[in-house]
Design a protein around this ligand. Structure first.
Ligand code: PRX
Length: 635
């Protein structure tokens, strides 16, 4: 028992109940973890080189890690590869070719299965279609689609020809989509005519039309048809997916690219109103996600694996699409809401497909707890072998429920801490380790993490501080797209020599990490990352709003929720009608994720002398906490 932090943390030893596979045991048996980690720390190049050798390359690297221009690190320099070769090509002609690659189901109960051979064929056809539209190596292709096999096909087709994909989560507004298209100067946008969610039909094409209207970069819009009603198509710009692809040959050579060639740009929120285009590359990314998936989820040959994230987020990129396919797994894509139409939809799906590994988010777990045990108890969940959690800190109560009611105390819970920027799991248990409810446990072998105080000194066990990473890793972000200054400033300046994660954490006396949330002005609402400044800037773009300050508040289900304090322009009066109007405006300008639960009209906001809103003071006032140092306050 660890009582060092005022809370009893039960040390759960899963060893007796869970039998890790020989592969995991060989590499990461508990007593070997320390030795393995020490080896990786002593010779990280050798450790990652061995990981790279498990994949196929067209040409081998001459240097494992080039740190001559740090923090612009390069991995496996001199090598040529393509992630699609590892995810698809190399499986052809092996027994995996006939295996199911993707199972898809939506909430209307429609389903599809694609074998690796079928998926490869579709990817080849789409890649040829893109080439027909003159998409070339390095060109950016924006993808705005829901969780269907086509989103994976579109991503893989881009990667296959060396184009750079940029998936924009389909819950974002047309305005947010346009902002991302402009930032990367995307040449093509791939979308669908409509989307489906909780029984509603979403007009995706109209949203896209709005987004690309007058776009200086978009030359083509490819529309995947999901309804029988034709949508408005613009001549010479829009083409239906089937019209583009059906006549294409089913073979397409994968283009060898430099290991450091960009694979995708994924936008994520930061502390300013403008999202950051995080750049990941083919070589190092595939090495990192491959090793972490294998070791952390202890994958086995016939596993059915379900990650409930959306492909529009990094979790979907790394652990729905790329890493499972590289490993020849069957990955389940569920295009629905796990609690719709009833709270046991998720358990129905687990039972139906005999899911072995379930990877989800604490916000969903807390929602499911609210509905009660009777819903999971109606279903046979005995296929489950391992559970995962990601996106935000999982509170010990939710962890225990997940472990007891869903995992029947025999499935270890892998609480994986990582970020869009890290590409792969960073602090995470391995299934052969003792677990503590609510802790992401220990750094993955090869990762060195620590906690620093404000001055950059490591803090003693039990004390909170800034979570940083001490060493480079292969799947790290390479830069912020066309913004090296922001890359340096955001991640490397506060603590020179360390990667600053933006999170707060503490390490207990056993070396286990407890993530405490963000240290910067970034919110995590139901596991979705959004910047306070993004919401403020959207509010201020409304004609009635003069100034806005947004803070995060604890929320029992969503983890966090946003509250906005708004100063109105002269001539506008506070009213419920205006609150509603502002909420609709937020939905339109950013997307549903930005809709604040509370909006309060105020006459004044606490500001520094230079006019910066002090969110810290607002938050302390709201939560009845001590505001700390207020000497910078103007008034
Ligand atoms: O605050 C941490 C939280 O999510 C942030 C990263 O968000 P994003 O880039 O959108 O990626 C989410 C999926 C990887 C982190 O800075 N976070 C993620 N996983 C955990 C977490 N917080 C606590 N525990 C986790 N397991």
């Amino acid at each position: 028992m660890d009582k060092s932090h005022g809370r009893t943390e039960v040390l759960l030893n899963e060893k007796k109940l869970y039998k890790p596979s020989a592969k995991v045991l060989k590499n990461v048996r508990v007593r070997q973890y320390k030795a393995m980690t020490a080896k990786a720390v002593k010779n990280p190049k050798k450790y990652w080189e061995q990981a790279a050798e498990e994949l196929e390359w067209y040409k081998k690297w001459h240097t494992v890690l080039d740190d001559s221009h740090k923090p612009f690190y390069k991995w496996f320099t001199g090598a040529e590869c393509n992630i699609v070769h590892n995810a698809l090509d190399r499986h052809m002609g092996t027994p995996i070719e006939k295996k199911t690659a993707i199972i898809w189901e939506n909430d209307a109960g429609q389903r599809r299965k694609l074998t690796y051979r079928e998926l490869n064929k579709e990817v080849c056809k789409m890649a040829n279609g893109l080439k027909n539209l003159k998409v070339r190596k390095g060109d950016r292709v924006a993808i705005y689609m829901q969780n269907t096999p086509e989103i994976a096909i579109a991503m893989l087709a881009c990667a296959k020809i060396g184009a750079v994909h940029s998936v924009v989560y389909a819950g974002y507004s047309s305005h947010a989509l346009r902002e991302r298209i402009d930032d990367q100067a995307a040449k093509v946008l791939i979308t669908s005519d409509v989307g489906f969610r909780s029984g509603k039909v979403i007009d995706m094409k109209s949203l896209c039309d709005e987004a690309v209207q007058g776009s200086p970069s978009i030359q083509h819009v490819i529309v995947h048809r999901r309804s029988d009603t034709p949508c408005k198509m613009k001549m010479n710009r829009d083409t239906y997916w089937d019209a583009l692809v059906d006549s294409q040959p089913a073979k397409c050579e994968t283009v060898p690219v430099d290991a450091e060639h960009p694979l995708f740009i994924l936008y994520t929120s930061g502390t300013t109103a403008k999202p950051k285009g995080i750049v990941h590359v083919h070589g190092g990314y595939m090495v990192g996600i491959n090793r972490t998936l294998q070791w952390v989820f202890d994958i086995r040959e016939n596993d059915v694996y379900w990650c409930t994230a959306d492909p529009g987020w990094i979790t979907g990129h790394s652990y729905i699409v790329y890493a499972p396919l590289i490993n020849g797994m069957t990955t389940l894509m569920f295009e629905g809401v796990p609690i719709y139409p009833k709270p046991d939809k998720i358990w129905q799906v687990v039972q139906k497909y005999k899911v072995n590994i379930l990877y989800t988010a604490p916000t969903l777990i807390r929602t499911l707890i609210k509905f009660g045990d009777k819903w999971p108890n109606k279903h046979n969940l005995s296929s489950l072998r391992l559970l995962g959690s990601v996106g935000e800190p999982i509170n010990p109560e939710a962890w225990r429920w997940y472990h007891r009611v869903i995992g029947k105390k025999k499935c270890p819970v892998m609480d994986t801490w990582w970020q869009t920027e890290t590409g792969m799991f960073m602090i995470t248990p391995l299934p052969s380790m003792p677990l503590k409810a609510g802790s992401a446990t220990l750094p993955f072998p090869g990762i060195q993490a620590t906690v620093l105080d404000e001055k950059g000194k490591e803090v003693p066990p039990g004390k909170g501080g800034y979570l940083v990473i001490k060493n480079p890793w292969p799947s790290m972000l390479r830069t912020v797209f066309r913004n090296e200054k922001r890359y340096l400033h955001t991640y490397w300046e506060k603590f020179p020599g360390y990667y600053e994660t933006g999170d707060l954490a503490r390490i207990d006396k056993d070396g286990y990490f407890w993530i405490q949330g963000r240290s910067d002005d970034v919110l995590s609402i139901a596991g979705h990352r959004i910047g306070n400044a993004e919401i403020e800037s959207a509010l201020v773009s409304h004609k009635a709003v003069s100034e806005a300050g947004v803070i995060g508040k604890p929320h029992p289900i969503k983890g966090q929720t946003a509250k906005a304090f708004v100063i109105l322009k002269q001539g506008y009066k506070p009213s419920d009608k205006l609150i509603n109007e502002l909420k609709i405006h937020l939905r339109k300008t950013v997307g549903p994720v930005a809709v604040t639960d509370e909006i309060e009209f105020v006459d004044k906001l606490p500001k520094t002398r230079s006019g910066k809103i002090m969110r810290r003071v607002l938050k302390a006032q709201e939560l009845g906490e001590d505001a700390g140092d207020t000497s910078a306050l103007a008034d």
